[in-house]
Design a protein around this ligand. Structure first.
Ligand SMILES: Cc1cc2nc3c(=O)[nH]c(=O)nc-3n(C[C@H](O)[C@H](O)[C@H](O)COP(=O)(O)OP(=O)(O)OC[C@H]3O[C@@H](n4cnc5c(N)ncnc54)[C@H](O)[C@@H]3O)c2cc1C
Length: 428
């Protein structure tokens, strides 16, 4: 059985390891020339850590990452901490993990290579036709068969699209797909983590929902032992294209941060000397009624991109990978014939992933504007609700189980495909 995966991001790499270990011949096509860790640092949640643990890769990640106790947010509107969600509200001793993207991608890539996954870098897949097999074509002028290691002809039993949120490949299949850009995004930068800001949490400050500054400890990068953090500054992206917003400069932006956070931010701001140190991140909401069609499956951001407000995107990609492995195990276990193998595996995957993904996409859509919007009313409701929530056990537990990546609904929560007990929740 040969499977092609498009995209060497978190979702594609984790899936390639699971499929290779289950005995498939796996080829990953990545249009970048090398493994690229583009993007800010990320929070890996217990749901994602469970998958890394099952793959035997969690210890490597723990060695480089920064353990996180939770998320704390201050609002000057109510002059106090309004957001206080901790992993220990879910399970004593539990924690999340702040990581530099390069570390997570390298750990997954090295394991995929070790297992024997074949990689084709510098090859962008630009089309495919699905029938009894899936035939793919790439952007390069030579026929695919001219590339070392690529099957000839370039036909696969299944195709997995893990090509990220800007992918256009899903338009080539009958899988329905709707992409809606969020009107707010963020600028971000990665700098050394100053000791006075090393609280072991994702720390945020809000001014209504128009301003939000966040600091995420992310541990070390793949090639350095310096302790780093990613910082985020929220801003609208639909009306204003200047980097610091309102035509502002780096210095005027620093003044805004000082006004919101205080001089405690100075050791961090002093490291920012040029606009080149920042990048602009935009977000997209991608909705698909089903993620499979025949022998083709969309996973990761390509299938269900969401706002990063809940810190879930990469985790969802890891859980996707585990769910595909589970669907393969299920198919092998129930003795089904090889006819229709991949279509039924992908159909099972789509059914199993529905509740989990629907909840997180819905939560992202509804909760992001509470923190990123021009509304005057919603931040007042948010502050009151969050303050009250700190004293209501049910709501506190709801917030914690949302943060860990373990919910499948607003009111009820069914069993996840990835049992969270794979990872015992103990701090390193
Ligand atoms: C500011 C910000 C903060 C975030 N914070 C968090 C966080 O704290 N926690 C979290 O879990 N998530 C977070 N996310 C989300 C997370 O980054 C994404 O969900 C995750 O990286 C998606 O992984 P992926 O593998 O699906 O896609 P990607 O990482 O986008 O990988 C897709 C790959 O496919 C390749 N590709 C695309 N098209 C083709 C083609 N046609 N042919 C060949 N290759 C192709 C691309 O080059 C790329 O390498 C954040 C996102 C942003 C923007």
């Amino acid at each position: 059985m040969a499977v092609a995966i498009v995209g060497a991001g978190v979702a594609g790499l984790a899936t390639s390891i699971y499929l290779k270990r289950s005995g498939q011949d796996v080829h990953v096509f990545e249009r970048a020339q090398t493994l690229e860790a583009v993007g800010s640092g990320i929070m890996v949640q217990p749901s994602g850590m469970a998958v890394l643990h099952e793959l035997g890769l969690l210890d490597q990640c723990l060695r480089k990452g920064a353990p996180l106790k939770g998320v704390l947010g201050t609002s000057p509107l109510s002059q106090r901490l309004i957001l206080d969600t901790r992993y220990e509200h879910w399970k004593p001793g539990a924690h999340g993990l702040g990581m530099h993207r390069s570390v997570l991608l390298n750990v997954l890539y090295e394991e995929a290579k070790r297992c024997g996954v074949q990689f084709q870098f510098g090859l962008g897949v630009n089309d495919f036709i699905s029938g009894d097999k899936v035939r793919i074509s790439v952007t390069e002028p030579q026929p695919l068969a001219d590339y070392e290691g690529v099957r000839s002809p370039a036909e696969y039993d299944a195709l997995i699209l893990a090509s990220g949120r800007n992918s256009t490949l899903q338009y080539k299949s009958p899988i329905q797909h709707r992409a809606t850009p969020y009107s707010w995004g963020a600028i971000w930068a990665t700098v050394e983590l100053p000791d006075n800001l090393n609280q072991g949490v994702l720390r945020q400050w809000y001014n209504r929902s128009r301003q939000m500054f966040g600091i995420l400890p992310i541990g070390e990068s793949a090639n350095s032992t310096q302790r780093l953090c990613s910082l985020f500054w929220s801003r609208p992206v639909d009306t204003d294209i200047s980097l610091f917003g309102d035509g502002g400069t780096l210095e005027s932006w620093k003044e805004k941060v000082r006004a919101l956070v205080g001089t405690v931010a100075d050791p961090l701001l002093e490291q920012l000397q040029s606009a080149d140190q920042f990048a602009l991140a935009t977000y997209t909401d991608i909705k698909m009624p089903a993620w499979n069609c025949d022998r083709v499956l969309a996973i990761g951001d390509c299938a269900h991109s969401m706002s990063p407000q809940l810190g879930q995107g990469a985790n969802m990609g890891l859980v996707d990978a585990r769910a595909i492995a589970q669907a393969v195990e299920w198919h092998t276990g129930n003795g089904s014939s090889r006819d229709g193998h991949w279509p039924s595996i992908f159909a099972a995957y789509s059914t199993w992933r529905r509740d989990h993904l629907s909840y997180y996409q819905s939560a992202s859509r509804h909760l992001t504007p509470l923190f990123q919007s021009s509304s005057l009313i919603t931040p007042i409701i948010r502050d009151v609700a969050l303050l009250a929530a700190q004293h209501v056990g049910f709501v506190r537990n709801h917030a914690a189980t949302t943060l860990i990546g373990g919910r499948t609904g607003w009111l009820k929560t069914n069993d996840l495909i990835v049992p969270l007990h794979f990872w015992d929740g103990k701090a390193p």
